[in-house]
Design a protein. Structure first.
Length: 965
C-alpha cells in the first residue's frame, strides 16, 4: 500500500467541536517542543486537564483525517486507488499545510528480486484491505482466515503535509516486537504508557541505564521501522513502514502512531502466520542476510588504544597461551596515520603488514581494520577521488559554500563539497555512496585494493557512518563561530528558505531529546546537504548513509581480498543485512548494557541482520572481573562475538583475570564445537531468509509465558540459552517452554532431561551458562580448536536429543548441516554456490536404532571430515555394539563406544565412522538393541550387569533385582 503525493490544491482550516477521546485511542497533538496547554485548543485539539503524564493531554479530535471521494459501494479497496480529500471539518496539521488531495493505492506486493523456486514462501494466509467512509475515511488490514484486524485506522489522525506526515492505527494486541534502533527496556513493547521511539541515524551511544527520558527513547545508529505483532489467536504478522526521513513511533493505549517529516507513507504487511515466516517474508522484500565467512564466527578481540603492533602481538600470544580460541584480531583507529583512511602509522604500526601475514601464516587467524567514511581532503586518496570524478556530500548550490574554508585545500577549492570535521586534523569530505554513476563506489573499491596491497586485512569495520560529524552548528550570518583553526566547524543555514531542511516545522524527537539546542544536524552534516550526484537531500536520505556505505564496502572487501570477507557497520537500514553485520555500538561496562545486548541481538535478527553482537565486557568505563566473565559467557552465543573497549580503560581481554580466561576458554570451546550448527543457521538464513539467534516466542508462540521473556534466546529452533545477567549470582532463574522436552548441554546434568517450566539453574563462574538442547533435534558439531581454520579440519560429531514421546514407541530426532569452503565468494544466487547440505534423521525403537544421513546437495573439490562421534541423549535401550552396520556392512564401533543406562547417554565413537566423501547420497547406520529388560531374570546378551528397579507405590517396598549372567 502506498500513499503517493498529489500536488497541493487547496487548504481549508476549521473549528473543531470538543469531543473527548478515550485514553487508549489518543494521538498526541503537541509532540514537539510546544507543550503549552494554552496553545492546545488554538491548534484545534482537545485539552485534558488531568495530571496524568502517561497519556497525551493535548490530542487530536477523533475525526482528524481525509474523506474518500470515490469509494465504491462494497467498500473494498483492494487493487485499486482511492482519491482522498482533506476533510474541511478536520483539524489543521500543526506542522504545515496538509495536502488537500492524496492518492491512496493498494497493491499486492511482488518482491522485486528474482528468487529461486525453493525460496518461495507459500503462505496460505491472505490479508485484505477494507476501506471505510464514516465521518472520515479509514482502512483496516484484515487477516482473511480469522477476520483479525491487524491495522485499523478508524481512530483518525491521518495528516499529510510536506514536512509532517502522521498516521495512527489501532492494533489488535500489545504483543508487538521490533522498531529500532533503540534501547528497549523489554523485548515486548509496553503499551501501558505512551512511549515514543525516535528513528533517525545518529552517532549516539546506547544508554541502557536510562533508556527512556520522559517516555522518549533516543535514536541510535540505525533505523528499522519494522515490527512483528501477534493477534489474539497467536498468529503473527509483520508491518514495515518504508521511509528514510527522520521519523518516530509512539506506542501506547491500543494504538501505534507513526510520524515522519518527509517522503511518503509506504507500508508493507506480511501475513506470517508464524514469526519466522514473517521474517522470511520481510526478507523477500529487503533481501536475505549475507553469509559470513566461517572465520567470522570465531571469537574476535579489539580495543581502542593499542599503542603499537607489538602490544597487539602480545595479546594474541597471551590468548593462544591461555588456550582461548580466537580467530580475529582488530585494530581501531590507532593504526591509522593521522587518522586518515587507507594509511597506517609508519612508526608505531610499521609492523602492521608483517603482522597481517603472520596472523594468516602462523596463527591461522584474520585481521579486521576500521575504516571511517570521512576522507581527509588534502592527501592522495582525495586526489585520486577528484581525478576519478568521485562525488562527496555537497552543498546544493555554490553560493552556500563557505569559500574561506574551501580555499584552504587546493584539491577541492572549486568544488561544492560539504566539509566536516572528524578524527583527522583537517577537514573531511563524505563519499557519495549513492552516486548515480558508479564512479564513487569504484574509487572506494580501488582504495581498498590499493591499501590491501600494503596490509592484507580480511574484514572491514565501518564506523562513524550515520554519518558522524563533530561540531556542526547553525550558521551565524554576522559573527564567525570558528574555533578550530585547523578545521572550521560546519555551519548550516538557519534563516530563509534554505533553513527549511535544517529547521523544519517539526524537528522530531531526534532533536527534542537534546533540549532546545538539539537539531537534526546534531553530530552530523547539514540536512541541506545533497548526494546521489546532487539528487537527494540528506534531509530525506541521511539514514541511508550507513546502508549505502555497506553496499560499497561489501564489494570493496571482496575485490580487495578476493575472498568472502565481512563488514561490520555501525549504521544500518532495512536490507543492510544483505551486505554487512552490525555491532550494538559503544555500550558501557554495566550490567544494564549486558542485559540490553541480549534484547538487541534478538531485535537485529528480526531486522534481517543476524550477524550481530555487542562489545563484550563493555566499551566505555572500566569493566569488572565478574561482569566481564558473564559477558564472555553470554557473548559466546552471539554470532558476532567480540571483546572491545575504549581508550584509557583498563585492559579487558579475557587473559586479564584467570577466572575470566577460564570462563572464556570454556565458553569459546563450546561455541567452536557447535559452530557447524551456527554456520548452518546462517547458511539457511542466507538461502531462505529467517533468523539465527531467535526469541523464544518464535518457537513457542502459543505459550503465554514466553511473550514476557526478554533475556533468554535460542540458536535456531534447537538450542536454548539462559545467560547470567546479574551480579553476585551462582544460579539463574529461567523458563523452559513446556511443550518441548529439554536436555542439559552444560555442566550441570549434561545429557540429562531437565524439568520444564520455571526453574533455578546452577551457574557458578566455572560452569558454562545454562544451555539446553530441545528434544527431537540433531545438531552437527566438530571437535574445537584454537581457531576455526583448524577446527574445520577436525572430526564431525552430532549430538542427538531424542524425543521419546513420539507415538508407536519411536524415539526420533532430526537435523541438518550446511557446509562449504567457508571463505570463497558465493554467487549472487547462493543456491548456485558450491556447498553441501545434509539431512540427519534418527529413529530408535526397542529393536534398534537407525541414523540416516542424506546428502541433499553435493559440492565439488571440497572434502569433508568424517563423522566420528554420535552422542545420543535419552536413549532408553541397551545397544549391542557388535551389531553396528553402515549401509548394511558391519562396522566396528566396539572399542570406544559407551552406553550408560542411568544417564541414558549413548556415545558412538569410531575413527572414520561415516566418511561423507565416499558413497551416498544416503548413509544408514544401524545398531540393534539387546532385548528389553523384563522385571524378571533373563539373559543379557551384552555381557554386562544390569539393574532394574520396581517401586510399588504406597508400600515403600523396593524390589532390587540383580540380573546377572
Ligand atoms: C504557543 O503558540 C504561540 C503562537 O503560535 C507561539 O508563539 C508560542 O511560542 C507557543 N508556546 C510555546 C510554549 O511554544
Ligand atoms: C494537578 O496538580 C496540581 C499541583 O500538584 C493540583 O493543584 C491540581 O489540582 C491537579 N489537577 C488535577 C486535575 O488533579
Ligand atoms: C494515483 O496513483 C496511481 C499509481 O501511481 C496512478 O496510476 C494514478 O494515475 C494516480 N491517480 C491520480 C488521480 O493521480
Ligand atoms: C476471505 O476471503 C474469501 C474469498 O475472498 C471471502 O469469501 C471471505 O469472506 C473472507 N473472509 C474474511 C474473514 O474476510
Amino acid at each position: 500500500m502506498v500513499f503517493l503525493l498529489l500536488p497541493l490544491i487547496l487548504l481549508v482550516s476549521t473549528i473543531i467541536c470538543d469531543n473527548s477521546v478515550d485514553e487508549k485511542y489518543r494521538i498526541n497533538c503537541q509532540p514537539g517542543r510546544d507543550k503549552d496547554p494554552n496553545n492546545c485548543t488554538k491548534l484545534g485539539c482537545i485539552l485534558d486537564t488531568s495530571n496524568n503524564t502517561n497519556i497525551p493531554l493535548c490530542y487530536f479530535p477523533a475525526e482528524t483525517g481525509y474523506i474518500a471521494s470515490n469509494l465504491s459501494n462494497n467498500n473494498s479497496a483492494t487493487d485499486k486507488q482511492i482519491i482522498l480529500q482533506k476533510d474541511s471539518n478536520s483539524v489543521k496539521n500543526p506542522f504545515g499545510t496538509d495536502f488537500s488531495q492524496l492518492n491512496f493505492t493498494c497493491r499486492r506486493y511482488r518482491p522485486p528480486i528474482s528468487i529461486a523456486d525453493s525460496t518461495t514462501i507459500n503462505s496460505s494466509e491472505k490479508l485484505t484491505i477494507v476501506s471505510t467512509q464514516n465521518k472520515i475515511w479509514s482502512f483496516s488490514v484484515i487477516r482473511n482466515s480469522t477476520g483479525a484486524k491487524i491495522w485499523d485506522t478508524s481512530l483518525g489522525g491521518l495528516l499529510f503535509a510536506d514536512q509532517y506526515i502522521q498516521i495512527s492505527t489501532i492494533v489488535p494486541t500489545d504483543r508487538i516486537y521490533g522498531f529500532g534502533e533503540n534501547i528497549h527496556p523489554s523485548l515486548k513493547h509496553d503499551f501501558s504508557q505512551f512511549r515514543t521511539y525516535a528513528m533517525f541515524a545518529r552517532d549516539e551511544a546506547p544508554d541502557s541505564k536510562n533508556p527512556l527520558v520522559n517516555n522518549v527513547g533516543k535514536n541510535l545508529y540505525g533505523v528499522h521501522n519494522f515490527y512483528i505483532g501477534f493477534e489474539g489467536d497467536g498468529k503473527a504478522h509483520g508491518v514495515f513502514f518504508f521511509n528514510s526521513n527522520a521519523q518516530e513511533v509512539t506506542i501506547g493505549g491500543n494504538a501505534i502512531t507513526y510520524r515522519t517529516i518527509g517522503g511518503q507513507i509506504e507500508v508493507f504487511f506480511f501475513p506470517g502466520p508464524t514469526p519466522e515466516e514473517v521474517v522470511k517474508q520481510y526478507q523477500q522484500l529487503i533481501g536475505t542476510p549475507i553469509l559470513p565467512p566461517y572465520w567470522a564466527l570465531g571469537f574476535q578481540l579489539c580495543r581502542y588504544g593499542y599503542q603499537n603492533v607489538s602490544e597487539i602481538r602480545d595479546v594474541v600470544e597471551r590468548m593462544k597461551a591461555a588456550g582461548i580460541p580466537q580467530d580475529v584480531q582488530f585494530s581501531d583507529i590507532d593504526y591509522l596515520n593521522q587518522y586518515e583512511d587507507f594509511s597506517y602509522n609508519n612508526d608505531s604500526f610499521a609492523d602492521l603488514p608483517q603482522f597481517a601475514k603472520d596472523l594468516h601464516n602462523n596463527y591461522s587467524m584474520h585481521l579486521t581494520l576500521i575504516f571511517d567514511p570521512a576522507i581527509e581532503v588534502d592527501y592522495a586518496p582525495m586526489n585520486r577521488a577528484i581525478n576519478a570524478d568521485a562525488k562527496f556530500i555537497q552543498w546544493p548550490r555554490a553560493d552556500l559554500v563557505p569559500t574561506d574554508t574551501q580555499n584552504r585545500y587546493p584539491l577541492i577549492k572549486n568544488t561544492s563539497i560539504m566539509l566536516g570535521k572528524v578524527w583527522p586534523v583537517r577537514n573531511v569530505a563524505f563519499p557519495d555512496f549513492l552516486d548515480t554513476e558508479p564512479k564513487t563506489n569504484n574509487w572506494w573499491i580501488n582504495e581498498f585494493m590499493l591499501f590491501h596491497n600494503q596490509v592484507e586485512f580480511d574484514g572491514a569495520w565501518i564506523d562513524m557512518n550515520e554519518p558522524s560529524n563533530f561540531g556542526t552548528k547553525f550558521r551565524n550570518s554576522t559573527t564567525s563561530t570558528e574555533k578550530d583553526d585547523n578545521a572550521p566547524d560546519l555551519e548550516c543555514p538557519k534563516v530563509g528558505n534554505d533553513s527549511k531542511w535544517d529547521l523544519p516545522p517539526y524537528e522530531t524527537q531526534a532533536s527534542f531529546f537534546y533540549g532546545n539546542d538539539g537539531h537534526l544536524e546534531g553530530k552530523t552534516l547539514c540536512m541541506i546537504g545533497k548526494w546521489g550526484r546532487n539528487k537527494y537531500y540528506l534531509y530525506d536520505s541521511k539514514s541511508l548513509y550507513g546502508w549505502a556505505e555497506s553496499f560499497a564496502t561489501h564489494k570493496a572487501i571482496r575485490n580487495a581480498t578476493g575472498k568472502r570477507g565481512i563488514s561490520i557497520s555501525r549504521s544500518t537500514f532495512p536490507s543492510s543485512g544483505k551486505y554487512a553485520g552490525h555491532w550494538l555500538g559503544d555500550n558501557t561496562a554495566r550490567w544494564e548494557d549486558l542485559r540490553s545486548s541480549v534484547i538487541g541481538a534478538q531485535e537485529f535478527n528480526i531486522f534481517g541482520i543476524p550477524y550481530v553482537g555487542s562489545d563484550i565486557c563493555g566499551f566505555g568505563q572500566n569493566t569488572t572481573e565478574e561482569l566481564c566473565l558473564r559477558w564472555q559467557q553470554m557473548g559466546a552465543f552471539h554470532s558476532f562475538s567480540r571483546n572491545h573497549n575504549d581508550k584509557n580503560m583498563a585492559p579487558q581481554d579475557p587473559t586479564r583475570w584467570t577466572t575470566v580466561a577460564a570462563a572464556a576458554k570454556k565458553a569459546n570451546l563450546f561455541r567452536y564445537r557447535h559452530l557447524p550448527y551456527l554456520y548452518s543457521l546462517h547458511f539457511k538464513a542466507s538461502l531462505f531468509g529467517g533468523t539465527v539467534v531467535r526469541p523464544l516466542f518464535f518457537e513457542f508462540p502459543a505459550d503465554d509465558f514466553v511473550h514476557q521473556i526478554s533475556y533468554q534466546f535460542l540458536w535456531g529452533s534447537s538450542m536454548l540459552i539462559i545467560p547470567v545477567l546479574e551480579s553476585n549470582k551462582t544460579t539463574v532463574d529461567g523458563y523452559l517452554p513446556s511443550t518441548a522436552t529439554w536436555y542439559s548441554l552444560y555442566d550441570d546434568g549434561y545429557g540429562q532431561k531437565v524439568p520444564n517450566g520455571n526453574s533455578t539453574f546452577t551457574a557458578p563462574w566455572d560452569s558454562l551458562i545454562p544451555v539446553f538442547l530441545r528434544a527431537g533435534s540433531i545438531l552437527p558439531r566438530q571437535t574445537p580448536a584454537q581457531t576455526t581454520v583448524l577446527a574445520r579440519k577436525n572430526r564431525f560429531e552430532v549430538v542427538i536429543g531424542l524425543n521419546n514421546d513420539a507415538v508407536n514407541g519411536h524415539s526420533i530426532a532430526n537435523g541438518e548441516l550446511y557446509w562449504d569452503d567457508g571463505d570463497s565468494i558465493p554467487p549472487a544466487d547462493l543456491s548456485m554456490h558450491n556447498f553441501y547440505s545434509f539431512i540427519f534423521s534418527f529413529d530408535a525403537t526397542s529393536q534398534n536404532a537407525t541414523f540416516i544421513i542424506t546428502k541433499t546437495k553435493t559440492a565439488t573439490n571440497l572434502s569433508l571430515p568424517a563423522v566420528e562421534n554420535i552422542e545420543i541423549f535419552g536413549y532408553q535401550w541397551t545397544p549391542d555394539f557388535s551389531t553396528a552396520t553402515l549401509n548394511g556392512n558391519s562396522t566396528d564401533i566396539t572399542t570406544l563406544s559407551t552406553y550408560n543406562s542411568t544417564s541414558q547417554i549413548l556415545n558412538i565413537t569410531a575413527s572414520g565412522l561415516i566418511n561423507l566423501n565416499n558413497g551416498g547420497p544416503t548413509w544408514t547406520f544401524v545398531l540393534a538393541n539387546n532385548q528389553p529388560i523384563q522385571t524378571t531374570t533373563h539373559t543379557n546378551g551384552g555381557g554386562g550387569a544390569e539393574k532394574t528397579f520396581t517401586i510399588l507405590l504406597g508400600f515403600f517396598i523396593l524390589f532390587f533385582v540383580i540380573v546377572l549372567n
